[in-house]
Design a protein around this ligand. Structure first.
Ligand SMILES: [Ca+2]
Length: 291
């Protein structure tokens, strides 16, 4: 494990060039603050000011004579003795959407995008894509495992990190799809979990509600996604004689092959809602509500 240290006065973008997957970057914020061990720093392309819950100290001149930003007024840091949020649902209500540092149980810190405006907020964004993306989605197993893209635009959080987050509690998932006419539809599943890597990150979904259609739990076993293992171009775990992830240029929980194709560079698919011409996708998780 190789770690890199830098200090508050240095822009993150300068250090990020040194942070190569799967290496970990250590972020020293200030002498009074503990070192952060951010495991997926390669997903972040910005400055410290872009991370919502870092306690930037005010009026401390940096080496260039500039003064760093004032302490944030919302969710500035974990409450004393409480640690970092384990997912976005632990960020205080009323906080803005944006990039936050979380620390799932048993893991180092992660950067994620927290969606705080959709349905009571608290959603952890595990995927975001749009058809004109510059992100290449035809990636390998290990690239999917640890995530790729940029948390502020299109990205995959990482199959391993999604698994680690979702095993902390009982989670639900929301898929938000923009169709070819710019209508926004959603598909909720009241349960969401993955099995571990040794079981192929098999997907387990609960029951559906929504407006987009239940495309993840198709009646057709050839286009089913629920209960499927995750496949990538270099790890074929689908139920097809060939390799769906290779043929369709993106990792997913394929069967033989799909009714949902959102991990893809180009027009996406969600069931009958938009076949090959969906404009954007967003996948959010948060602990299930029992109300
Ligand atoms: Ca196959």
């Amino acid at each position: 494990m190789i770690s890199f240290f830098f200090f508050q006065s240095l822009p993150i973008s300068a250090s990020q060039r040194l942070c190569l997957l799967p290496f970990t970057c250590l972020l020293t914020l200030a002498a009074s603050f503990p070192v952060l061990d951010i495991q997926n720093f390669y997903l972040f392309n910005g400055t410290l000011e872009d991370i919502m819950n870092i306690p930037l100290e005010s009026s401390q001149p940096d080496h260039g004579g500039n003064h760093v930003r004032q302490v944030r007024d919302i969710a500035p840091h974990p409450p004393a003795g409480h640690g970092w949020p384990k997912d976005c649902s632990e960020i205080p209500a009323g906080s803005r959407s944006g990039v936050y540092i979380i620390q799932p149980k048993g893991l180092h810190h992660l950067v994620v995008y927290c969606e705080m405006n959709v349905t009571h907020g608290g959603w952890t964004v595990i995927q975001r894509n749009q058809k004109d993306t510059s992100v290449t989605w035809a990636e390998s197993w290990s690239t999917y495992k640890y995530g790729f893209g940029n948390v502020r635009s299109e990205y995959w959080l990482g199959t391993e990190y999604i698994y680690q987050i979702a095993k902390q509690k009982v989670y639900q998932v929301r898929f938000i799809i923009q169709d070819s006419t710019d209508n926004i539809s959603f598909a909720d599943y009241n349960l969401f979990s993955l099995e571990d890597e040794s079981h192929g990150y098999r997907l387990r979904l609960g029951s559906y509600t929504g407006t987009a259609g239940d495309a993840m739990t198709s009646d057709n076993p050839k286009t089913m996604h629920d209960n499927m293992k995750f496949s990538t171009k270099d790890r074929d775990q689908d139920t097809y004689s060939k390799n769906c992830a290779y043929s369709y240029e993106g990792g997913w929980w394929y069967s033989a092959c799909y009714s949902v194709r959102v991990n893809f560079k180009g027009g996406m698919t969600w069931g009958n809602l938009c076949k090959g011409n969906c404009k954007s996708s967003l996948i959010l998780i948060k602990p299930a509500s029992y109300c």
